[in-house]
Design a protein around this ligand. Sequence first.
Ligand code: F3S
Length: 403
Amino acid sequence: MYLTREEERILAGEEGEAKAEALRIIVKVGEALGAERLVPIAHAHVSGISYGTIGDHGASLLEDLASRGARVAVPTTVNPVGYDAEDPGVLEKAGARITPEFVKGQSRILGALRRMGADLTLTCTPYYIPEVRGIPAGSSVAWGESNAILYANSVLGLRTNREGGPLALMAALTGRTYYWGMHLDQERVPQILYNVEGGILDEARAGVLGEIIATSHKGHRPPLVNARLRDEIALREFLAALGAAGSLAMAHIQGVTPEKPPEKPEERITISAKDLEERLDKYRPTGTPDVIFIGCPHAQASDVERLARLLRGAGRVRARVVVTLSKREYSRLLANNPRIIGDLSRMGVIIARDTCLIVSPFGQPGTRVATNSYKALFYLSKRGMKVSLAPLKDLARIAVEGV
Ligand code: F3S
């Protein structure tokens, strides 16, 4: 692999052994993939930092890196963790078991990341952070977290492969990644067009559309998608589903993706409204859930405001409703309406920052969850929970009336 003089210097340990080690890993991965060189990155996003995912072993590795002087070389945001860092017990009201050992282990991870200079945003939607949205389209970044990767490539026009958490961290520490895959123009050109017939898709239908495309798409090039996604939630849920159910890193969405698609795709596939309804039928709620989960990926303040409007005048909800979002959106919510969180919690709605039901120690086999997120359905079902899918307006009705 071609390396610049500066990269040679880093590898020789002139900027510390931790940085040299991180760059050696990036170079090794790049060489294994056949990358000819490295590329500077403007930003990194590190996933896989929940104590439930990486445990004491992961915490010790991060502490070791931090103590050896590892520091991020570019602005770096991080994914949600196992609890709300400002109110660790809040998800216990939804049935999560946050033990003192869990809090201690998670704090070690957060402490190590803080010492390395990461911005403890604790959100899987870094793409809503104004500084991140300000990165010029076409820039290379190194992101973990599949929904964020899909959003970066497909909506912001940034360039990132699907990095695992450790590789995203190595890229953060060196400010570089291997020049391969989604960083190359030709790998971003779609070949297959998916023409979605029927009306405007809410987020539940957008999620099953993501599943259909992810599980039937041939090849690694991004699909070209012609669909009428109703709003930002539908866009987010479509991309999150595509990332959860398959291995794609990008979708070319007509009218959304800044890059120009080819005029004549090599193949055209039609997805009918009936295809979507039949797929959604598999997931429709059939009984009153124990928990209703909104905010995978993390909700925006406007989603919570919409939920509050839908629940207005309803009294207490029958199922526990959990909404997860970033600290930033939480603050925006309070700034827009200082009473909204108190009002919702009096109705039985639990609002948690920094975390979600998938990365927290929540639920057990058989727990019934209803959600508007295909991605949440995908992961909670893997843990043996009985998960159903419906758009927000239906979830609000179920919360009040049951099924
Ligand atoms: Fe985010 Fe948790 Fe879903 S990290 S994308 S809310 S699984």
